[in-house]
Design a protein around this ligand. Structure first.
Ligand code: ADE
Length: 244
């Protein structure tokens, strides 16, 4: 990952399951400081936009040199070149392709990923052309920069890697492969502040439990995410990869 705020990742990268995946060697996550590749004393990575306007634009030359160094593991004569052969390189940007469970699965199949965290008002278009192989957005809203978006991608991908805890199928994963939202779940105690557990769940009738869960999942999806149902109908109601 390349960022001007490497310290931002200290928490997410060392805590909980991600930290454990790194400790066990199931995930090799390296955070690189973009400023290390700046050309001047002030370590600046941006400049004023051609054509004028407010704000600053991140420089293409700095990004290209940084990406090549990371791709080549610091070997200046390495094989990877911007615009030519390059590993899967994801630029986090609100204009990217939306992140879905299907895209997370696709990225999890890659032997290696490079994530580029943008900041400020934007990045020189030549970074999009020469460095990124993919542009990904975490949703239709704007956050300060790509760091939080990269952390989302890393978590979504890491939990799909072999050996990483949380890899076992969860109702939540199923929800995105069946195209339905997750059904409600309960555990003890049987009553909380007057709210009880639906009787069917304590009936011991597995077929009735399955039917109830399916009905609840469908009702919830109809109410909150009718777009997911529309996608299911288009694809014949078969469990598919989900919208991408
Ligand atoms: N940077 C700022 N907003 C973003 C978003 N929604 N997705 C990815 N990167 C971003």
């Amino acid at each position: 990952m390349l960022t001007i705020f490497p310290e931002w990742f200290t928490g997410p990268a060392t805590t909980s399951l991600l930290g454990r995946a790194r400790d066990s060697g199931d995930l090799d996550l390296r955070v690189h400081d973009l400023r290390r590749f700046a050309h001047d004393r002030h370590r600046s990575v941006d400049d004023a936009p051609y054509g004028g306007g407010a704000g600053m634009v991140m420089r293409a030359d700095v990004w290209i040199e940084a990406a090549e160094a990371v791709w080549n593991d610091g070997d200046v004569d390495g094989a990877y070149r911007a615009g030519g052969q390059r590993p899967r390189t994801v630029l986090l940007t609100p204009r990217g392709r939306p992140l879905t469970q299907a895209l997370a699965r696709e990225l999890a199949d890659e032997p290696r990923l490079t994530l580029l965290c943008g900041r400020y008002e934007g990045i020189d278009e030549r970074v999009h052309e020469l460095v990124a192989t993919d542009e990904v957005s975490i949703g239709d809203y704007v956050v300060f920069g790509g760091e939080v978006a990269a952390a989302v991608v890393i978590e979504a991908v890491a939990r799909l890697l072999p050996g990483v805890v949380g890899n076992a199928a969860s109702p939540c994963d199923e929800s995105f492969s069946t195209g339905l939202l997750e059904y409600p779940q309960y555990t003890r105690p049987a009553e909380v502040r007057g709210h009880t557990v639906p009787e069917v769940l304590t009936s011991g009738d597995h077929a009735a439990v399955d039917a109830w869960r399916r009905e609840r999942a469908e009702a919830l999806t109809r109410r909150r995410r009718p777009d997911l149902l529309a996608y299911r109908q288009e694809s014949d109601g078969e469990p598919g990869p989900g919208p991408s």
